[in-house]
Design a binder for this molecule. Sequence first.
Ligand code: ADP
Ligand code: MG
Length: 338
Amino acid sequence: MAKVIAIVSQKGGVGKTTTAVNLAAGLAREGKRMLLVEVDPQGAVAPSVGAATSAIRHTLLDCMGPAMVATGDAVLSTPLENVSLICAVHPDRDEELELERLAAAHPLALSEALQQVDSDYDLIVIDAPPTLGPLNRLCLAAADSFVVPVQAEEYSYRTLERLLRAVGEVQQHFNPGLFCEGLLLTMVDLRTRMSLRVVSQLHDNYGDMVMVAMVPRTVSVQDMPLKGKPTVIHAPNSRGGRAYTEVALELLVGYETEQLAELDAAEHSPRVVFQNPPMPSLGETTMISQFPSTASEPQAIETISLEQAAEEEEENSGDFAHQLYQIYADDDPDLSLN
Ligand code: ADP
Ligand code: MG
């Protein structure tokens, strides 16, 4: 059974499509059979993986709608090994409203459509549209877990609570096992005060929910649609390519752990279904104990008690953002806060 991960945020331009595409390509490079499912009718996925839209015979809409096309018939191959794609709608047809109506009437339509192909893939990545409406609910209802890209350039994380409420409703009505893989910081530029503040405040407010990997703002990522290839493929050694490889590996660890837990549970009947990974508990907080000298090196994360955190806070003068700045400034004497 494939694991389904939805990339969601009600905000546009935060890096959902970029993350979905690089995640699929990054995990495919690790040998996983990947299916990318585009639910955003903007159709930005196909050009980013170099898939020819002229080859589209059927779409997700055809599979979920009255045409009842078999899901396998909507799968497009891509030039990337181990990456297949289903497009939301035909690019030359005006089908956006129809897709939304269908999602409103049948919130489980995507979940059911994906069940038909889930033995063909290890993981399925859903690129969700920038809404909190029926299409977003459709994605969450079909997913095992979700990732929320958070752009480190504005206080976009302030709308996170609304998204997490929407998640709660989907859990309650359709998908009790749905869990959060993590909040992923995107477009991070630690030379700016804004990025420093967002990174710091997201860690302060959401602790363990923030992914260890974070994606810098770089040309190698921005260029992806122009190159027609995911960053992890066209520029694997760039800062962006390395960061997205880290994102993929971080999620791969979760996937492999779940696989092991399922195997273990199957061996020790009665069968226990893998439960949500632990969310940050009230008694714990997360501190970054070591910062990378470049954005691509992994950060070591350590969980400590609130009392310890309070003591360390007293010992260390200067706020988190300032500490981050100091570390980067040591590396780059020209760095200035602007
Ligand atoms: P969404 O799917 O949330 O609307 P996209 O993934 O399409 O967001 O990204 C929005 C824009 O920002 C695109 O032009 C994309 O190329 C660019 N972009 C995304 N991530 C980065 C990054 N890390 N560095 C530079 N540009 C980026
Ligand atoms: Mg998008």
